[in-house]
Design a protein around this ligand. Structure first.
Ligand SMILES: Cc1ncc(COP(=O)(O)O)c(C=O)c1O
Length: 376
């Protein structure tokens, strides 16, 4: 038996800027005496991210969940919205917070994203939009989704929480659909500790979103809509400006770790690796996910997950349980297992393995050796 790791290896670890870089920026904030409400750091970060993400317009938020709630408000969505069950809890929850019913559509077996070919069969007169997720940063079938949406007059919102810096044919992933959300949570490839952004097609939409994230306050005399507090403060905006300098080096380190996982697992029957993407897709390599087919590998995903803990490796079952299995959604018609055959299989097989720039290559090789030793 291989020796367990001496220290716990978690699935991810936040990227930290140096304390000196943060101190320097804090001095700027202290000098400006401006802590929140559209300060200079906020203004500069919006501009820098608009360029970095290759999008027309961007509005910063205090987290991705509030940003998505506001996206639904800004598009005045109601009724039913078609979405995926294979995502983080926030995706269907933000619909619920808008009094919208999530309608779960099955996923594609390869990309694990919403199956664009099945969306049409789920549309009813109550449907107002499609909320799709670029799961693990793999782009959705954006063309097909837009084509269906256009035919039925539906809005398209992308939860791009995992897709920071992803590009499709040299276009920022945020340029597809009506609005996309990016999460800047601490565990993401790029972060502002907590934070997020919406990206949209034009300034007119941005103005409405900017009002909604500031209580609907237009000026000292007028409150024009029932908004919320979605503002990102100056300290986190400043950290976000520093973190932009870390994205490319962190991405490069993760590419190398992806290569090692792929190499080590190439001939292991019963393990499905990250989906292959078209040559014109630029990925961010944020996650490394495998699927364990118990019939072929000889061990279940749950066995691998439990056994890895004995070696001090803390993998995660992303995304299990499916959102359609949550007590708040499982009574929905669309949550029935027979409606979601692929999602139910993937949810039982998927395992997210340690992935962060500081992880050393030998550790990854050893994690692979441990997993391979489980095979029967
Ligand atoms: C797919 C997905 N959607 C939404 C969110 C919510 O983003 P935030 O944590 O910034 O609120 C997350 C994760 O954090 C996520 O993974």
């Amino acid at each position: 038996m291989l020796e367990p790791f001496k220290e716990r290896i978690y699935v991810t670890r936040p990227v930290f800027p140096t304390i000196d870089e943060v101190t320097e920026k804090l001095r700027d904030i202290w000098a400006a005496k401006w802590l929140t409400n559209n300060g200079p750091q906020h203004t500069m970060l919006e501009r820098e991210l608009t360029d970095f993400l290759k999008v027309p317009c961007l509005s910063l938020f205090n987290n991705g969940t509030i940003a998505l709630i506001v996206a639904c408000q800004s598009l005045r969505l109601s009724g039913d919205v078609i979405t995926t069950p294979f995502t983080f809890a926030a995706t269907p929850h933000i619909l619920n917070w808008n009094n919208i019913t999530p309608i779960f559509c099955d996923i594609d077996a390869e990309t694990m994203n919403i199956d664009a070919d099945k969306i049409e069969s789920m549309i009813t007169p109550q449907t107002t939009a499609i909320l799709a997720v670029h799961v693990f940063g793999t782009p959705c079938n954006v063309e097909k989704i837009q084509e269906v949406a256009d035919r039925y007059g539906l809005r398209v919102v992308y939860d791009a929480a995992h897709a920071f810096g992803v590009e499709l044919g040299n276009r920022g992933i945020g340029t597809f659909g009506d609005i996309s959300m990016f999460s800047f949570h601490a565990t993401k490839l790029y972060h502002t500790v907590e934070g997020g952004a919406l990206v949209m097609k034009d300034n007119h939409v941005k103005q409405r979103i900017d009002l909604l994230k500031n209580f609907g306050i237009k000026n000292e005399e007028e409150v024009v809509m029932p908004g919320i507090n979605g503002k990102l403060d100056e300290v986190r905006a400043a950290i976000g400006r520093i973190m932009l300098n870390y994205v490319e080096s962190e991405r490069r380190k993760r590419i190398r770790l992806h290569e090692i996982y792929n190499e080590e697992f190439a001939d292991v029957e019963g393990l499905t690796l990250m989906p292959k993407v078209a040559a014109d897709v630029k990925l961010n390599y944020q996650y490394y996910v495998v699927r364990v087919d118990e019939k072929i590998f000889g061990r279940s995903r749950d066995f691998v997950y439990d056994e890895l803990r004995n070696y001090n490796v803390y993998a995660r079952k992303y995304f299990h349980p499916l959102c359609s299995e949550f007590t708040c959604y499982r009574q929905l018609n669309s949550s029935r297992a027979e409606n979601l055959p692929i999602a139910n299989v993937v949810g039982q097989q998927v395992l997210s393995l340690p992935m962060y720039g500081d992880l050393d290559e030998d550790t990854v090789r050893k994690i692979c050796a441990i997993i391979k030793s489980f095979r029967r």
